[in-house]
Design a protein around this ligand. Structure first.
Ligand code: NAP
Ligand code: MG
Length: 400
């Protein structure tokens, strides 16, 4: 059979450690035998980020803007220990943060469900997608320690030079202080991405904040969502039979736990960070969580939600076999290939993406999986078999 081809490149962002190894194996065993991969390659491995003073990360973000579709391997966010380990010139920021700043998007995280792995909340029979605002709040805040006897105020200098001051706190004892922000532009883009994603995936959208306490700040999020919905999306939602609902985040949490899933839950940046980890764990495994960053102008970056699986990498480097789960990274590739297929009306490519996902899920459902899943898999008449990563990929390939 001739290999499947497509026109425009997909931006390929290689990463670090165990996921870097899995990346090459996925291409070799699952993709390259069937698809003539056309990628624009950026090596975001920490060594090359250091060699380029992190320029490669910005360039990769710009390339996704240019070509519209990217796929990213997990990468190390360096800390002091990594700086020593890799003899880095400086402490580079998180690559995901850099790319999010270039694309200004929303991150959608969706668990990959398979029969035999029951969520801790058994009524969750359909996936719950977290839409996480990826700009501002505590992730771009000024954090300070304050001495006893200090007075803290917010000072705003306007465009015309005039100022306004707002009291924060008179510190009788020492304490801490934080200044954070968001912008109408970014919140508006967040709202549009969420409404578009809900429409394109045919699911309801919920949004929750703490606007009872944070009346102006969170209130602004609520108002912008309401405004964009009324003006731009209400008609399309009604036509598609979908709902948009705003409620207090406390109420969201209670309703999520009682629900059967199947909707999109929009969260502010911090809420989305925490709630997506909670959902990943509750759905069974961090290694079964897919993730896509969608920019307001319609660019897509697909990745796994987990990290570089350092502990497994050290074993691999010592010559041991590891049973690291490649599923979320496979789904990052299938997501990118499907999106490219859709953008070029390329049915062969979109079908390949569907087949790849089906083959991956059916391999697990028939009892062949990596160690993280083998420990929690339960299905009548099937004894789960734990495979190493390469053998698991080969089992998927033979189903494919
Ligand atoms: P991690 O790589 O997600 O791994 C944490 C633990 O979760 C692993 O030790 C492993 O547990 C389990 N795990 C995660 N993914 C797995 C998989 N695919 N298959 C099997 N088990 C899996 O998180 P971390 O150890 O906190 O971070 C490691 C590095 O990744 C850090 O340098 C961090 O900066 C980076 N990171 C990158 C991203 C990203 O690029 N998106 C996200 C998060 C972290 P066991 O060891 O018990 O088997
Ligand atoms: Mg988190």
């Amino acid at each position: 059979m001739p290999k499947i081809t497509y026109e425009k490149p997909i931006v390929e962002l290689q990463g670090d450690e165990m996921t870097r190894i899995l990346w090459d194996w996925i291409k070799e065993i699952l993709l390259e035998p069937k698809v003539e991969l056309n990628t624009e390659y950026y090596d975001l491995g920490l060594v090359h980020r250091d060699e380029t003073d992190d320029r490669v990360t910005f360039e990769a973000g710009e390339a996704i803007k240019k070509w519209g579709v990217g796929v990213k391997c997990a990468t190390i966010t360096p800390n002091a220990q990594r700086m020593e380990e890799y003899k880095l010139k400086r402490l580079y920021p998180s690559p995901n943060g850099t790319i999010r700043a270039v694309l200004d998007g929303t991150v959608f995280r969706t668990p990959i469900l398979v029969k035999g792995i029951t969520p801790y909340i058994p009524t969750w029979t359909k996936p719950i997608t977290i839409a996480r605002h990826a700009y501002g709040d505590v992730y771009k805040a000024t954090d300070v320690r304050v001495e006893a006897g200090s007075r803290a105020e917010l000072l705003v200098t306007k465009a015309d030079g005039s100022t306004e001051k707002y009291p924060v706190h008179d510190f009788t004892g020492a304490g801490v202080l934080q200044g954070m922000h968001n912008t109408d532009k970014s919140i508006t883009a967040f709202a549009r991405s969420c409404f578009n994603f809900a429409l394109s995936s045919g699911r309801d959208l919920w949004f929750g904040t703490k606007d009872t306490i944070s009346k102006t700040y969170d209130g602004r999020f609520k108002a912008i969502f309401a405004d964009i919905y009324e003006k731009e999306f209400k008609a399309a939602f009604e036509k598609a039979g979908l709902n948009y609902e705003y409620t207090l985040i406390d109420d969201c949490v209670a309703r999520v736990v009682r629900s059967s899933g199947g909707y999109i839950w929009a969260c502010k940046n911090y809420d989305g960070d925490v709630m997506s980890d909670m959902l990943a764990t509750a759905f069974g495994s961090l290694a079964m969580m897919s993730s896509v960053l969608v920019s307001p102008d319609g660019n897509y970056e697909y990745e796994a939600a987990h990290g570089t699986v350092t502990r497994h990498y050290y074993k691999y480097r010592a010559g041991e076999e590891t049973s690291t789960n490649p599923v979320a990274t496979i789904f990052a590739w299938s997501g990118a290939l499907r999106k490219r297929g859709e953008s070029e009306n390329n049915a062969a490519l979109t079908s390949f993406a569907d087949d790849l996902e089906r083959a991956t899920i059916s391999t697990i459902e028939s009892g062949y999986m990596t160690g993280d899943l083998a420990g929690i898999f339960k299905a009548d008449g099937i004894t789960p078999k734990k495979l190493n990563s390469r053998d698991f990929l080969k089992a998927i390939a033979s189903n494919l």
